[in-house]
Write a protein that binds this ligand. Structure first.
Ligand SMILES: [Fe+2]
Length: 415
């Protein structure tokens, strides 16, 4: 079991864990409050899973990794074990990712009932102190897993909604306009030998370990995120038409996909968002960029993307080492957390001495350490318990349906 997946709450504080469990599980359903049964089914692309599948898969995780080894009810119907397995080959061949949208059965009501049964069993067993420390760690992992899917549910649905010409609205509460963006200030760091990665305090995924030393050359990093208005200048300057700014794979992608602006920009002045069609807020952080677009913008600006370790070191100097409570604020212009994920130039790979968790759950992170880039920080859709300094998000550099933007960095010049 996860050697490093330490607890969300102190094991002595069982009441806190029960409350965290209930809050997290309820939130998944609350997220879907405004959705119709038909909305729960849509899969706009192979990568954009339907809400119903997210609800079922997160439940499958608890049923499979927590309840089944202990032979606790409810037992999972055997076909469901395949349908809602995402990518755990150690547990059998999963149902095809691209075909999650055809799963009209089991019905949504069956999935919700199944979730209630699993919730009841886990809360009952927690109250009876029936789980050993390893099983409690798996529950905590299951909660962090569910939080990841809560954000994915939103980004996937936004993508699927974006394909509907009637422009469905997910959230009827208008998004406030951002205040005028302050002039960029460059935060300067001397570099040197630093320590990066998660320690033993609080929850962390296996890919954040081990904590280790890393050498940084002197660098500077922007004190805030790049805005829509700034990115618009790159578009106006012909950035999407000029190969000199692009990595070769990025340039191929731009031309193949005919990209001319970030995803969900309907034109230069309007975007499709969770609130439906909205005017482009020039002061908001630019969002829905691929890694290629973030990299090209940085190059055009005479800058570069920071490395994940520059980002971590700089962020640690701006925020407490612990989970940055209170920073989950999309209007927070510095935007280290709670605004948009920030692309880094770092390839997603193992830290020195990395060991995946044991058993099937070891497939969680390690097997994806190929051809992806690391993103740091968190977005406005990231649950607050998941906003952590050492968290390593990762996507392919062509991906842009997540809430992804950028912060500029530069190698420091000599004084
Ligand atoms: Fe998952």
């Amino acid at each position: 079991m996860p050697q490093h997946a330490s607890k969300i709450v102190d094991p002595c504080e069982q009441e806190d864990r029960i409350q965290a469990f209930k809050t997290c599980r309820d939130y998944s359903l609350t997220l879907c409050d405004s959705l119709s049964p038909e909305d729960h089914m849509i899969q706009g692309a192979p990568f954009a899973s339907p809400p119903k599948w997210h609800l079922a898969h997160t439940n499958w995780f608890f049923a499979t990794f927590v309840l089944e080894p202990l032979a606790l009810e409810p037992s999972t119907p055997s076909s469901w074990k395949t349908l809602f397995n995402s990518y755990y080959n150690g547990l059998g061949q999963p149902h095809a990712r691209a075909a999650r949208g055809i799963l009209s059965r089991p019905a949504l009501s069956d999935i919700i009932q199944w979730r209630m049964q699993v919730d009841d069993q886990i809360v009952k067993s927690l109250n009876a102190d029936q789980f050993n420390p390893e099983q409690l760690q798996l529950i905590d992992l299951g909660l962090q897993h569910e939080m990841q899917h809560q954000e994915l549910l939103v980004t996937d649905l936004l993508y699927s909604f974006s394909l509907n010409p009637s422009h469905p609205i997910f959230n009827a509460t208008p998004a406030p306009l951002h205040p005028a963006a302050a002039k960029v200030e460059w935060l300067k760091f001397d570099g040197g030998l630093i320590e990066v990665g998660a320690g033993d305090e609080g929850f962390s995924f296996d890919n954040e370990h081990p904590r280790h030393r890393h050498f940084l050359e002197p660098f500077v990093i922007a004190n805030r995120l790049v805005t829509n208005g700034e990115y618009q200048k790159f578009i106006d300057a012909g950035g999407y038409l000029d190969a000199q700014w692009w990595l070769s794979e990025g340039w191929d992608t731009v031309n193949r996909e005919q990209w001319r602006r970030p995803l969900h920009w309907l034109d230069q002045n309007r975007i499709f968002s969770l609130q439906g069609v909205q005017p482009l807020d020039l002061n908001a952080p630019v969002c829905h960029l691929s890694g290629y677009e973030a990299e090209a913008y940085a190059r055009w600006s005479g800058c570069r993307l920071p490395t994940e370790f520059e980002w971590e070191y700089a962020a640690s100097r701006q925020t407490p080492e612990i989970r940055p409570a209170g920073l989950s604020d999309a209007m927070n212009q510095s935007g280290w957390f709670g605004s948009v994920w920030q692309w880094t130039q770092s390839a997603y790979g193992p830290y020195p001495g990395y060991q995946p968790d044991k058993g099937a759950v070891g497939e969680y992170n390690g097997k994806f350490m190929s051809s992806q880039w690391v993103l740091r920080g968190s977005s406005f859709a990231t649950p607050e318990l998941q906003q952590r300094l050492h968290y390593r998000n990762f996507f392919y550099p062509a991906d842009r349906w997540q809430f992804t933007g950028l912060r500029l960095g530069k190698t420091a010049t000599s004084p």
